[in-house]
Design a protein around this ligand. Structure first.
Ligand SMILES: C[C@@](CO)(OP(=O)(O)O)[C@H](O)COP(=O)(O)OP(=O)(O)OC[C@H]1O[C@@H](n2ccc(N)nc2=O)[C@H](O)[C@@H]1O
Ligand SMILES: Nc1ncnc2c1ncn2[C@@H]1O[C@H](COP(=O)(O)OP(=O)(O)O)[C@@H](O)[C@H]1O
Length: 291
């Protein structure tokens, strides 16, 4: 196979709890992850000249080893002594530094693509073991769907699929560093842990309303302190009929779950009109796992 086209999908966290901190600074988490149908497009083409060449539509993203897509290709090229080269064209649509795992998803797609194109014979588990060295969310981005993620995010248990709904994503024009948010959390007392088991029960019962009711994210308080606009967006979404609204990951993207597409679109319009966020997307959940 000389050429491959891939979709790298974004995620939201329906629940995010932090249980403790490890000596290396990483945190033990308990999260319910959900893939959404907002994606970056990736083209991979084999080249005769050795090495990796990456290009992207976003001028401010690195195109060297600081890009997670580049690093994913490099990791497998080195391990397997691949002599040919690879050209990667990355068309970004997932907001950057937004709590939607865009970079991790790009890395996951490239690992998957390299395995296919160069017939490396790695199982999904073996790809995930390599993926975690690139980022805690990479193994999940390889698996996709509705998943309970524990450990630092790499211990994955598939869950029943999220019931069909509309997801409104709103990304205010600020960028958040995941590392800083986790660090700031350490100086906070976690007053209320989200009901992760309640979300899981809701998923088992195919009950969208109880999943929505149990949503919670311990990182939200930290990011909201710096950026109150996150709360303003949540309030608009709820007022416009969201079943619930919350910040995804370390933020600042806010998502709202809706059972009605018109309401989701109206909420998006309001958020843009009030200039709370310029980037808004109405999309859905994506429950197909990668094979
Ligand atoms: C918060 C979450 C929730 O899904 O997502 P994002 O907001 O990044 O999308 C993840 O835990 C982010 O995963 P990911 O972004 O892959 O993390 P990494 O690149 O491995 O780590 C970035 C930094 O976050 C901190 N980190 C990350 C994961 C974890 N379990 N504990 C941590 O303390 C570490 O300080 C690390 O240096
Ligand atoms: N392929 C990539 N896509 C997006 N960001 C990338 C990529 N490679 C490296 N980065 C860097 O990683 C940081 C985190 O980006 P991203 O994965 O979009 O956010 P998050 O960790 O919040 O989900 C960005 O600041 C960006 O400079």
């Amino acid at each position: 196979m000389d050429k491959l086209e891939l979709k790298a999908l974004g995620k939201i966290n329906l629940g995010l709890d932090v249980l403790g901190k490890r000596e290396n600074g990483y945190h033990d988490v308990r999260m319910v992850m959900q893939t959404v149908y907002l994606y970056d497009q990736i083209w991979m083409v084999k080249t005769k000249e050795p090495g990796i060449r990456l290009s992207t539509n976003l001028f401010y993203l690195p195109v060297n080893e600081n890009n997670l897509a580049y690093r994913a290709a490099e990791l497998l090229m080195k391990e397997f002594g691949i002599q040919e080269g690879i050209k990667i064209i990355l068309d970004k649509h997932i907001p950057v530094a937004a709590g939607m795992a865009g970079g991790s998803s790009n890395a996951a797609a490239v690992l998957f693509g390299m395995n296919r194109m160069f017939s490396l014979g790695l199982s999904q588990k073996e790809l995930m073991e390599r993926g975690v060295s690139l980022g805690a969310d990479v193994p999940y981005c390889i698996m996709r769907g509705t998943v309970l993620a524990e450990g630092i995010g790499e211990k994955l248990t598939p869950l029943p699929p999220m019931p069909r709904c509309f997801v409104l994503l709103a990304k205010p024009s600020i960028s958040v560093s995941t590392k800083m948010v986790y660090e700031k959390l350490d100086s906070h007392e976690i007053a209320k842990h989200p009901d992760i088991d309640g979300i899981i029960e809701g998923l088992k019962g195919r009950d969208l309303l109880s999943v929505a009711a149990c949503m919670g994210n311990v990182l939200e308080k930290v990011t909201v302190e710096a950026y109150p606009v996150i709360n303003e967006i949540k309030e608009v979404m709820k007022k416009q009929g969201a079943l619930n609204a919350m910040m995804s990951g370390s933020g600042p993207t806010v998502f709202g779950l809706f059972d009605d597409k018109k309401k989701a679109k109206k909420a998006a319009f309001k958020i843009r009109e009030m200039q709370l966020a310029r980037q808004t997307y109405v999309t859905g959940v994506h429950n197909t796992r990668r094979r």
